[in-house]
Design a protein around this ligand. Structure first.
Ligand code: ADP
Ligand code: NI
Length: 282
């Protein structure tokens, strides 16, 4: 008996199509699956090997679909939680980190599912934004029914992302954490990093700059958390240090340009502050 397995495959895709039709990644996944499925299969008494292969493909397709579904649900939840955030940690910060982390993960060979989940959840329990011990990320992952091992791995990544002071070593111990940390740090640099820093300073009623207050290279997380210095100091306390603390080769390339842009910005800031401009038009 001769039959085309793509019919079975297609109906399996349609059954859950409401999620994946809108999803580019799943379309790609489907495209590769349907490519294999379109090959005619001859059912003979010895066809169990090809049937097994096909079942394997269907199972891995199902797993990919489930993961996509978990990520989409998490993205929707985070979008709601962060939609009115005014300190530079709004939904679009999370979205940028999520997209960038995913891209770096593919280039560096990290687990994309772990990286995507951790990137989406990375600021949910951040000390700057939430009450201590709320464990919102953990509760959300439990609600989604993510297997305990994956929950633990994702939580470990989240716990290792944050900057904790110039003198505090925060080098992550897994590739996934290095990727998410890089994506988060890259969003603290460059034009967007500058915008976010002033948004945060305004949100916390900080001065833009005070020549009488020097930057401090904090050597403990406690000291870093308690600092209330002007926003320009944050460039010297954190932002300009990031270039040399990016973990992945992919991240380092992006960091170079963003770092340079911040240096130019500061040069111009101090030129204006010190009245050292010589406008030709005056
Ligand atoms: P991290 O967890 O490493 O702190 P976040 O995603 O929480 O990373 O974002 C940190 C950003 O928040 C900083 O890069 C900066 O833009 C802003 N920020 C944090 N602390 C300060 C500060 N003291 N002054 C100005 N901006 C700050
Ligand atoms: Ni962040």
């Amino acid at each position: 008996m001769r039959c085309y397995l793509f019919l079975t495959c297609f109906s399996s895709f349609e059954a859950s199509g409401n999620i994946c039709c809108r999803n580019e990644k799943i379309s790609r996944c489907f495209a590769s699956l349907s490519h294999n499925c379109l090959k005619p299969v001859h059912y003979t008494q010895n066809s169990s090997a090809s049937t097994n292969n096909f079942s394997k493909e269907i199972r891995s397709f199902d797993r990919a679909m489930k993961k996509e579904h978990l990520i989409e649900k998490t993205a929707r939840y985070i979008q709601q939680e962060f939609s009115h955030e005014g300190s530079g940690h709004d939904w679009w910060h999370i979205h940028r980190v999520w997209q960038l982390a995913q891209w770096i993960a593919r280039r560096e060979g990290a687990s994309v599912f772990i990286v995507e989940m951790a990137a989406l959840l990375h600021d949910l329990d951040d000390w700057k934004l939430s009450q201590p011990n709320e464990a919102k990320a953990r509760k959300w992952m439990e609600q989604l029914g993510i297997p305990p091992n994956d929950q633990q791995t994702i939580q470990q990544v989240i716990d290792q992302v944050s900057f904790k002071g110039a003198g505090v070593d925060t080098t992550p111990d897994s590739l996934e954490a290095r990727v998410v940390q890089d994506a988060d740090r890259l969003d603290a640099m460059g034009a967007i990093g500058i915008a976010r820093t002033f948004a945060y300073g305004g949100h916390k009623n900080r001065l833009i700059y005070d020549p009488e207050e020097q930057p401090v290279l904090h050597d403990s997380f406690d000291a870093y958390q308690q600092s209330t210095g002007p926003t320009i100091n944050h460039f010297y306390e954190k932002l300009l240090l990031l270039k040399d603390r990016i973990n992945t080769a992919t991240g380092q390339k992006l960091a170079r340009q963003r770092h340079q842009f911040m240096e130019h910005y500061l040069e111009q800031f101090f030129r204006e502050w010190n009245n050292h401009e010589q406008p030709l038009t005056l």
